[in-house]
Design a protein around this ligand. Sequence first.
Ligand SMILES: Nc1nc2c(ncn2[C@@H]2O[C@H](COP(=O)(O)OP(=O)(O)O)[C@@H](O)[C@H]2O)c(=O)[nH]1
Ligand SMILES: [Mg+2]
Length: 632
Amino acid sequence: MKSVIVGTAGHIDHGKTALVKALTGIDADRLEEEKRRGITIDLGFAHMELPGPGGEALRLGFVDVPGHERFVRNMLAGVGGIDVVLLVIAADESIKPQTREHLDILQLLGLQRGITVLTKSDAVDRDTLDVVRLEVEEFLRGTFLGGPSSSIVAVSSLTGEGLDELKQALIHAVGVVSARDAQALARLPIDRVFTMKGFGTVVTGTLVGGTIRKEQELEAFPSGRLVRVRGVQVHGKPADAAVAGERTALNLAGASTDDLSRGMTLAPPATLVATRRIDVRLRLLPSAPRPLKDRARLHFHAHTMETVAQVVLYQAKQIVPGDEGFAQLRLPEAALLLPGDRFIMRQFSPVTTIGGGIVLDAAPIPKAPAGDTFFETMAGGDPALILRARIARRQHEGISLSRLIAETGWNRNVIEAKLSAAEREQQVLRIGDRFAETRAIEELKLDLQRTLEQFHKKNPLVGGIGREQLRERLKASAEVFAVVAAALVREKKLEIAGDLVHLAGRGVAMKDEEAESKKIMEDAFAAAGLKVPALREVMAGLKVDRTRAQKIVTLLLRDKTLIKVSEELVFHRSALAELRRQIAAYRAKSSKIDVAQFKELTGVSRKYAIPLLEYLDRERVTRRIGDERVIL
Ligand SMILES: Nc1nc2c(ncn2[C@@H]2O[C@H](COP(=O)(O)OP(=O)(O)O)[C@@H](O)[C@H]2O)c(=O)[nH]1
Ligand SMILES: [Mg+2]
């Protein structure tokens, strides 16, 4: 059965609640105060069924909104989920301030379908009705209610005149509305929370997408509380499931009425992410009293939620009335919003509607503002292009499937289907759990080769760069690095020896004499123990020239084969390790050692003893106190 939500809109006292009652038999003014004062304060709900054009049943859920200017925020909590509007204008009063404001809001929300109802037709004569009709036609021109296919119906809720015509118009309007996606991820913005005797906590809302079943687990956003659906009611009747486009009541376990409130959203657990920053396209109404400045603070309304937002404009210093632009909205607390969600902005004082817009991205990357091209693609609405742009902006790191689900609100099947062509044509690569643009991966491959090229140039005597070091330089994750390195190895551009990575045919640039010299030098020092030869002498005895010899020394110092203890003295690391062992063993006998004892212990002359002891002080093996050293 097709379910569609019909909302009312229009100025106070124009007969919205009476019209809903005349159509459905249900009085949507449910609060005691509403009945006593005869005005609608909060949202009211009703439902009816109508036979569709092909004889099938159409289920209509009604959301009746307050018309009073003081309760526009309640009206906003209700219109978010509607598919078709009944714009109510009393024939005896014609267009009034909230007629205008509500129509502005409906336009900003991007509503496509509706019927204009001239109510209280019994209260005016024919001529007046004709005049009002002309006024209203003029008023609606250029709006979604002004087209040739949208109707204006005169009705009297008192006498019932025009009701049949209105029902026919409703059947037509509801028939052309496309059904909301029941396969999408479920989202239920909460509009009421209360307790019912014998049931416990109950929430209601218009299910904007997906399906919610009995016994299902849901997460409340932004609090993160997990709840379980004990029972489902649709349009006042128990059901096994509620599907997109239905007025839904859920009996919940796991939360009290204190834990939930209007403005929160229920969705499948651990799937979506609430956010405090959203990138949007926003539009300022032509009737807005002044330009919208960068950093302005405004009331922000989306779905049933209401908060304050700061506007950070991306392009201009300001947006003038009637114009639009890209902006980031910053919210004081996280909210669950997804691309495509519409919102309304109202200024602080006086509190009036000045604009609204559409969410383009609820997962902006910090410190990397998206450009116009990205926003245009998001606004363009082509799912494949949207996914490609979301993958591309993550460069070679790509984006995981679960993150794509969170960013788009689309389910796994949709995403995989929309990416299948790009994958087949190898424009997009799948690496483990993530998608990356082939171009970005190719770029990383080049980057890796360039980095190695530079490394080899700078370090001609080094066999290669450490895997981990290279990965960090490229800012690549282990997963992506492994894939790229493996690909380059397959292409014979790269070789990996143990932990070292080098370009194919490079990294072994050390010529024979050099390698031999290196070995001679290392061996000379290793054999000398602490009685090391003068560096100059060793270098002079090598087959290579001075510059080369110097390079070999630098190399041995860098990889800590040789260790410099003073300007003149260089030791092999094994000799210093042996020294530490000797000192540690000596400590068993005495906690102190002086220069003479040190000379005796190690067999070195004073020329070596002093720099070695100073080295040990620096290394915190010993500490000098007067003429002695304490062994630490
Ligand atoms: N004569 C007449 N009065 C109406 C009609 N519809 C509503 N009213 C009256 O107008 C007043 C406001 O109606 P209500 O439905 O509460 O207006 P709302 O504020 O737009 O919901 C009430 O006193 C209704 O009885 C109508 O078709 N004809
Ligand atoms: Mg009312």
